[in-house]
Design a protein around this ligand. Sequence first.
Ligand SMILES: Nc1nc2c(c(=O)[nH]1)N[C@H]1C(S)=C(S)[C@@H](COP(=O)(O)O)O[C@H]1N2
Ligand SMILES: [Mo]
Length: 328
Amino acid sequence: MLIRKSNEIPSSEITPKEAFDAFHNISRRKFLTGAATLGAAAFAASRVAGMVSPSQTAEAATSIQTVKSSLSTTGEVLTPYSKVTTYNNFYEFGTDKSDPARNAHTLRTRPWTVQVEGKVKQPKTFDIDALLKLRPLEERVYRHRCVEAWSMVVPWAGYSLSEFIKQCEPLPSAKYVQFLSLADPKQQPELHSVDLNWPYSEGLRMDEAMHPLALLTFGLYGQLLPNQNGAPIRMVLPWKYGFKSAKSIVKIRFVDRQPHTTWNEMAPNEYGFYSNVNPAVDHPRWSQKRERRIGPGFFPKMIDTMPFNGYGNEVASLYTGMDLRKNF
Ligand SMILES: Nc1nc2c(c(=O)[nH]1)N[C@H]1C(S)=C(S)[C@@H](COP(=O)(O)O)O[C@H]1N2
Ligand SMILES: [Mo]
């Protein structure tokens, strides 16, 4: 998935490089303890043993109240906070996995608004603090599978996107939803060194967006999202490859036609609009049959990839009639 203007890396090296990145981060972060606040220390103790402090970046983490969700995935070992927040894809802050944690402190998450426009009763602007209070924040543990064949298990915090969509009052002509991320070279100095069509754009069909698993996300591990994970508001779509889940969203547009989406536009034969996790359809440059699960151990674990990332019982009916051997 790597695209750069300079220092182009041959595509044949991408998978080994990703693997290297994983080892690099893990070995480098393993011995960091950070400046744990009282709350953070108590919080760490309640989680996976050996986890490092949440404060990897300059900004202190802010705790949030969450309620348990019946839609949480059970039986998975969580990926430690230290890895969830230091091994990231957020190209607005650089293309290396370690870049977002290092660079995203320049992102200003207050004030922040989300503009809603397009096929709605009337355009509206929502303030982030109002959105945070719209519904109780649920903790939802989901598997998170990147198209690059690594995966994590993350306890996100948010509520179903459908709850927000109701507030937007879409018209019957709204068939798709488009998500647009912040693109501001002042806050994202790396933006124009990466050859993508900014702002980052993603989209869903309306029925996908209304599915209860589609999570409008404000936090992880019981805290507000760290900047590198897409603060202050992002999508999480656990049955789709990670790139479908746009970070740092500033605009949501209801449209009558399939919207243009960043990675699909970049390489349509590699990144479909739907991009449901599918081990039966290889990426043109690598297999999707297995994935490197980044967990508490020193080495990622190779495991089988599941259709719809294991959420087929819930979401497969959205795609009846579509040929699942194809990459859409
Ligand atoms: N705006 C924006 N959103 C983005 C990306 C990005 O580069 N920019 N990367 C995507 C990809 S490829 C993945 S795997 C996930 C990574 O989320 P994480 O860093 O919280 O694990 O964010 C997705 N959302
Ligand atoms: Mo990804």
